[in-house]
Design a binder for this molecule. Structure first.
Ligand code: SF4
Length: 202
């Protein structure tokens, strides 16, 4: 609806909305994270949900113990190569629509352990990431900011048309291949459907 007409109607006490706005408003304000943490960043995630920072103000206080009941995965901490298959499996078990926040340098890129033989260099190699939070560790305020960024993203999602949300596209995958821990490394080392190495222009 035309914004000018909408504000004119509001001046006369008539409020209008669309099904898309109501749908997105409801989802953006009831995102339930999955309860799991991988390393030190998880301590900050826990702090964000406690009374001082109070993530409950944004509708996300219900950390669920089952992936079947969660729609947000906060990857908080170091993803080791032994843990990565389990993280992907948990993602696959979550129902759509689902979202991922990569919290901290480790989840984004391996962080201080990037050169280690046993640490994944970013969970975005296997599952699609919606919001990243840099830092080692990011403070609870940073997680809240990432959460609000995700809310804005959800509020802008389209229900129909060529730019509709991923979970409404029947051709978009909801599950991704779970890597296995092979002889020397994860097999495959990345999902080329999701992650391509950056091309360095020289
Ligand atoms: S980013 Fe830093 S604080 Fe977070 S899990 Fe890695 S080492 Fe720990």
């Amino acid at each position: 609806m035309d914004q000018g007409l909408r504000s004119e109607l509001q001046k006369q006490g008539v409020f209008t909305t669309t099904l898309e706005e109501v749908y997105n408003w409801g989802r953006a304000n009831s995102v339930w994270p999955l309860t799991f943490g991988l390393a030190c960043c998880a301590i900050e995630m826990i702090a964000a949900s406690m009374s001082r920072f109070d993530l409950a103000r944004f509708g996300a206080e219900v950390f669920r113990p089952s992936p079947r009941q969660a729609d947000l995965m906060i990857v908080a901490g170091t993803v080791t190569k032994k843990m990565a298959p389990l993280v992907v499996r948990l993602y696959n078990q979550m129902p759509e629509p689902k979202y991922v926040i990569a919290m901290g340098a480790c989840a984004i890129s391996g962080g201080p352990f990037k050169q280690g033989y046993n640490v994944l260099k970013g969970i975005d190699r296997y599952v699609p990431v919606d919001v990243v939070i840099p830092g080692c560790p990011p403070r609870p305020e940073a997680l809240i900011h990432a959460f609000m960024t995700l809310q804005e993203k959800i509020e802008q999602q389209k229900l129909t048309g060529p730019h509709r949300a991923r979970h409404l596209d029947p051709d978009a995958p909801s599950e991704f291949p779970v890597p296995v821990y092979g002889e020397h490394d994860l097999v495959p080392p990345k999902n080329p459907q999701i992650w391509q190495p950056p091309v360095v222009q020289r």
